[in-house]
Write a protein that binds this ligand. Sequence first.
Ligand code: 9MR
Length: 364
Amino acid sequence: MKPARLILTLFTAVTLSAPVASAAPETGGHHQTLRWAAPKGFHIGSAVAGGGHHENQPYPDPFTSDRPYRRVLAAEFSSVSPENQMKWEYIHPERGRYNFGTADAIVRFAQQNRQVVRGHTLLWHSQNPEWLEKGTFTKDELRAILREHITTVVGRYRGRIQQWDVANEIFTDTGALRTADNIWIRELGPGIVADAFRWAHQADPKAKLFFNDYNVESVNAKSDAYYALIKDLRAAGVPVHGFSAQGHLSLDYGFPDDLERNLKRFAGLGLQTALTEVDVRMTLPASGVPTEAQLRQQADYYQRMLTACLNVSSCRSFTIWGFVDKYSWVPVFFQGQGAATVMWDDFSRKPAYDALRSTLAARR
Ligand code: 9MR
């Protein structure tokens, strides 16, 4: 290349891609990233590591402390989801006291890097603070607490959250409502779910409001329960806009071949769909290092999930639950399993990463 041409190329690369030009050297420039490969309007996302299980690990908080991690997060993704930082126990640790610092920083980071944000989550049975789970409240008080929380948190980020997981994991795998372990449904009855959507919609009329769960990739008892509930809610005019499958898969189980068909039936209700927490774990060999065959099969699972989403026009958002193994929740929760993400600990790319990028690029 002639020197003048080289300088021009460098110049345009830097000016056109700022601020994403800070891509880590190992990602090889923005033309080789997932977000660049993605078709227009299609968001490729990651969870933002921090809080939750990270707090008991022998490393500092990834999002606030790991600069190479932040560079890859900015360079590769056009959507981010706080992994724990907007959950009740993190953002509302005491009654009447909110801890917005990290959530604010994530939303700011997203704006600086031209990323959208998926808010996670408002009504859930897990990761609620003790003051809430163990407190003594009347039904009216509890209702007011939820309403105030949703109004405050959703209102704070009004206009800056693309999709909210309003209700997370409200059904069991048999399709029963979690009436025992979900404090809201147990104490206030199932009608509270509709109220949560109404309050969220009032606080941010532009945000798309989702039901989100795991083990709903297929047509099964659990996804049937969502289908019936959402149909009723929409008929009653409740502002429900989306249904998302988390996509936590394992090589120990078969691939959910009917994922595309399942997403399409929800699209048929007039909903947006999304894959929100994709990862593919495996039982590791004694060496702790996945075999070539496992890596190939993992790449295949990632690719098929992405393809299912790309084949459904209402599915415009595909998020992986972290991109680097060292911060993944999987080894912490499943003994002997791991390697569930698309990058090795030094941010070099696994076959699963390449499969995602080439699949996106083919639809560009
Ligand atoms: O990845 C999250 C981890 O850091 C937390 O310790 C854990 C606690 O429940 O939650 C993990 O994220 C979950 C998500 O919020 C909802 N779907 C399942 C995810 C994996 O457990």
